[in-house]
Write a protein that binds this ligand. Structure first.
Ligand code: NDP
Ligand code: 2IT
Length: 444
């Protein structure tokens, strides 16, 4: 007996109607895994390992009621998708954004399972969040929302059960409010969240980890091809946590970073950002256009994304499906040789086909942005043994983890002509450990 790709995807579609992002993420993985399982691991077919992997172990959905600064009651919806705990406690971020729904959280939780496995740390996969929009809210509103959200979530998480962290709209401030409420309700100070402040159980380098790790991964791709990063032109999208630290590391490594962006538009500096310019940009909030008043080498492009600007390396660091087929074609036509994803699933399925056909180097998010969750895993280890490691130690371990992920991608993704299909490598490399663990743990 062998698995049939079309039937499998059809079943997933039927069982999860109206969940396009989840179906997209599953398809992206299953297209590599079904041929692999049929050829190399037929033992996993009757065990229904793949059928089980696309079914979340548990989903909780809950009401989050809170009071705004005008004393009006607001109602949002909170979620936690506990996708797979075969190799460790559920682990993954919380996203607060108005478009959050189950399709998006299930896609993120599904990706997280493979990503976390690739880090080689013992962490399962999960994701959560709310359709709460943090934009324009006061600190007190954010705090009241976080407290209400955690009042329900606390029943479902724990340092050895499920350990959330940040994602879009959730950074150090929100993790602080969430942690304070968890501790108050549980009377327990433990590593139940990662991304904490370094004064209260957080790890050094966690804020930087996703962006830095992305650049360490890009460095591995370049090393593998005997190329150097110095002088390479880089386009980055986003202007949040991942984008900012990706830009910082790229500049430090000698690259020329020419764009950053947000949901309103793109800032393009033809001379490239220096660290000073980047820090200035960081003070402008969401008003990136203001930068042009200080630096005449820059132009602001309202409602446009960065992919029109010629670059050697593209680093999408904003959100899912931010590069469509036309963007991908434009990048390739303009000479882009590497696309490495800081965001989760920023490239549409059609865009990925363009990269693979053009044989450019494509580092998918589950490999290239795994540095964030990897340092979260290191934060869990530090919490468990009551230690705080030095910056240099965490940074060194992050680098080793990214190098290891690159090796795994090469091992499982190398094609006969020498081209590295990183997507296939990450899918298969992430899958094997989870599948072995599920096989060993019986039918659960
Ligand atoms: P932040 O909230 O810090 O920043 C998000 C950035 O992306 C903002 O500049 C935001 O612009 C922009 N953005 C968000 N949605 C859109 C959209 N629909 N269109 C255009 N721009 C948008 O989030 P992070 O930097 O933490 O996350 C960015 C990506 O990285 C996400 O895909 C996340 O899942 C992924 N990721 C994050 C990790 C982490 O450790 N934080 C780890 C691994 C992956 P605006 O302010 O205008 O909305
Ligand atoms: O997508 C991701 O990997 C994250 N948002 C980070 C998850 C984590 O647990 O640190």
């Amino acid at each position: 007996m062998s698995l049939n790709l079309k039937n499998f995807i059809k079943q997933v579609d039927l069982r999860n109607p109206n969940e396009p992002e989840f179906l997209q993420a599953v398809t992206e993985v299953i297209e590599d895994l079904i041929p692999y399982v049929n050829e190399h691991r037929p033992d996993l077919i009757d065990l229904k390992i793949l059928e089980r992997m696309v079914e979340p172990e548990r989903i909780v959905s809950f009401r989050v009621a809170w009071t705004d600064d005008q004393n009006q009651i607001q109602v949002n919806r909170g979620y936690r998708v506990q996708m797979n705990s075969a190799i460790g406690p559920y682990k993954g971020g919380l996203r607060f954004a108005p478009d959050v729904n189950l399709s998006i959280l299930k896609f993120l939780a599904f990706e997280q399972v493979f990503k976390n496995s690739l880090t080689s740390l013992p962490i399962g996969g999960g994701k959560g969040g709310s359709d709460f929009d943090p934009k324009g809210k006061s600190d007190h509103e954010i705090m009241r929302f976080c407290q209400s959200f955690m009042t329900e979530l606390q029943r479902h998480i724990g340092s050895e059960t499920d350990v959330p962290a940040g994602d879009i709209g959730v950074g150090g401030r929100e993790i602080g409010f969430l942690f304070g409420q968890y501790k108050r309700l549980q009377n327990n100070f433990s590593g139940v969240l990662t991304g904490k402040g370094t004064a209260w159980g957080g790890s050094y380098i966690r804020p930087e980890a996703t962006g830095y790790g992305l650049l360490y991964f890009v460095q591995c791709i370049l090393d593998y091809n005997n190329e150097k990063i110095e002088g390479k032109t880089v386009c980055i999208s986003g202007a949040g946590n991942v984008a900012f630290y990706a830009a910082e590391k790229a500049i430090q490594m000698g690259a020329k970073v020419i764009t950053l962006s947000n949901s309103q538009g793109t800032i393009f500096d033809k001379e490239g950002f220096s660290l000073d310019k980047l820090n200035y940009l960081g003070t402008l909030g969401r008003d990136l256009g203001k930068y042009t008043k200080k630096y005449s080498s820059a132009s602001y492009h309202a409602k446009e994304n960065p992919w029109q600007f010629p670059c050697d390396i593209a680093l999408p660091c904003a959100t899912q499906n931010e590069i469509n087929e036309a963007d991908a074609k434009r990048l390739v036509k303009n000479g882009c040789k590497i696309v490495a994803e800081g965001a989760n699933m920023p490239s549409s399925a059609e865009a990925i086909k363009v990269y693979l056909q053009a044989k450019i180097h494509f580092g998918p998010g589950k490999a290239a942005n795994a540095g964030g969750v990897a340092v979260s895993g290191l934060e869990m280890s530090q919490n468990a043994i009551g230690q705080q490691w030095a910056r240099e130690k965490v940074d060194h371990r992050l680098k080793l983890i990214m190098e290891n992920i690159h090796k795994t991608c090469v091992r499982y993704g190398k094609e006969p002509n020498g081209y590295i299909n990183y997507l296939k490598g990450a899918n298969v490399g992430g899958f094997i450990k989870v599948a072995e663990a599920m096989k060993a743990q019986g039918v659960v």
